[in-house]
Write a protein that binds this ligand. Structure first.
Ligand SMILES: Cc1cc2nc3c(=O)[nH]c(=O)nc-3n(C[C@H](O)[C@H](O)[C@H](O)COP(=O)(O)OP(=O)(O)OC[C@H]3O[C@@H](n4cnc5c(N)ncnc54)[C@H](O)[C@@H]3O)c2cc1C
Length: 402
């Protein structure tokens, strides 16, 4: 199947058992699953190509799942909502699928699985599955309106009027508008009276202003292994200094829990007892900056010593001052100005309220035949392949039921 193919033949029939809006991760997975159940399935998408986010994800290698997926890796107003789908379709099931297609992949830190070659290999697997399941895919297709009449959904689209009794909304969320992200899924939810929880950029860099922006800009490109705390969550992962603030996995993770006006707290030496190490250094008459350079990039040590002056040799420094110096390093409090916004966010927090949706079938409790899957829901995964795992798991649960 070529990339941009539009199967006008069957689409002209206009009536399908299942229509899925969104040919992204969850849409394609749901389509193949429903197709294998013997359903006639059409997937429509306004983008020029299917699954654009998979293509660019994970630096072009797509972190497609994680070896260790638990409900605690997800943010949702109802923390129990994700349990059923995740347990019915665990990461092992997706790994079994890609193994069957001979995908080469590698495990990186913290159980993250990435394609070895390119993310488009994974798109090809999904497209092949859709092909085998007899799914029709129509890209470059705009949805004008959706109506419900006589237990049938009538979609006014650029392909003409399409009809179905089962409409699956797999339109994703607002992040990365340049990849054709849109709020259509939320609009459809509201149109049928479903509550939508207010959205915000997630897994996103944090922006600083004033003196901190200047300082971080001077350090731009440096990375450090630290722990970052926002709200009541702590992540031990790397941070990266950027031209206007902080990024890197530790910051992206923390951004999901950061609220405007609040602080983040960084422990610059999370793996050691810093006060004890300073006492030992005092005993051995070692140099503080030399010691710090064993853990940090030199330019950061320089900045830190400039902001937190202490004698380089500790012999005459009182222990109380050592304790304060240690606390400064383990509880570095920073107040970001804002996030870098949807343009730079990997995901969107909030979305269709899961109280409105069956966690078994993903059908709306209010509106028969209307389903929501993937990121359009108020479910956001941590960094590490969890968002794709949610897309696969919610899609399969829905695809088996539609
Ligand atoms: C830069 C980046 C990197 C990422 N890396 C990772 C990663 O490595 N691991 C991970 O787990 N997650 C990653 N994610 C998150 C992951 O891509 C999403 O969580 C996942 O794609 C959500 O799947 P979905 O099917 O819900 O939505 P999507 O995959 O976004 O698919 C939605 C589809 O709906 C279509 N659509 C939207 N609006 C309309 C409309 N009005 N009409 C018709 N079609 C429409 C879109 O064109 C798109 O094809 C990353 C995201 C970004 C932006």
């Amino acid at each position: 199947m070529s990339e941009n193919v539009v199967h006008i033949g069957k689409v002209a029939d206009s009536h399908f058992d299942v229509i899925i809006i969104g040919a992204g991760a969850s849409g394609l997975m749901c389509a193949a699953t429903a197709g294998y159940q013997g359903k006639s399935v059409l997937v429509i998408d306004h983008a020029p190509k299917a699954a654009a986010k998979i293509r660019i994800s994970g630096g072009g290698k797509c972190n497609f799942t994680n070896m260790d997926v638990t409900p605690a890796n997800f943010i949702c107003q109802n923390p129990h909502f994700v349990k059923s789908a995740l347990s019915r379709y665990p990461s092992a099931a997706f790994i079994e699928l890609v193994d069957r297609h001979g995908l080469e992949y590698e495990e990186r830190e913290l159980g993250k699985l990435f394609c070895k070659e390119r993310a488009s290999d994974l798109i090809q697997i999904l497209r092949t599955e859709c092909d085998w399941a007899g799914v029709e895919i129509a890209v470059k297709t705009e949805v004008g309106s959706v109506r419900y009449n006589n237990q049938t959904y009538l979609l006014n689209t650029s392909l003409g009027e399409l009809k179905t009794k089962k409409l699956v909304v797999a339109t994703g969320a607002l992040s990365f508008p340049k990849l054709k992200a849109s709020g259509l899924g939320y609009d459809i939810a509201r149109q049928f009276g479903l509550n939508v929880i207010s959205t915000a950029p997630g897994l996103v860099p944090l922006v600083f202003e004033g003196k901190w922006q200047t300082r971080f800009s001077d350090l731009s490109g440096l990375a450090m292994d630290v722990s970052v705390t926002a709200g009541n969550q702590t992540f031990v992962e790397a941070i990266l200094f950027t031209h206007n603030g902080l990024s890197g996995p530790g910051i992206l993770q923390a951004s999901n829990y950061w609220k405007a006006g609040n602080k983040i707290v960084i422990n610059l030496l999370p793996h050691i007892d810093v006060y004890q190490a300073l006492l030992d250094l005092k005993q051995s008459s070692g140099s503080v900056s030399k010691w710090l350079n064993e853990f940090w990039p030199k330019r950061f040590t320089q900045m830190w010593m400039g902001l937190n002056p202490i004698e380089n040799e500790l012999a005459n420094v009182p222990n109380e001052a050592l304790q304060n110096f240690a606390n400064g390093m383990t509880h570095w409090e920073l107040y970001p100005e804002k996030t870098a916004g949807y343009d730079k966010a990997e995901v969107t927090l909030g979305g269709v309220d899961t109280d409105e949706i069956s966690s078994k079938t993903f059908e709306s409790k209010k509106q028969p035949g209307l389903y929501f899957i993937g990121e359009v829901l108020d479910v956001t995964g941590h960094l590490g392949g969890y968002n794709f795992q949610w897309a696969w798991a919610s899609a399969v649960a829905c695809g088996l039921e539609v």
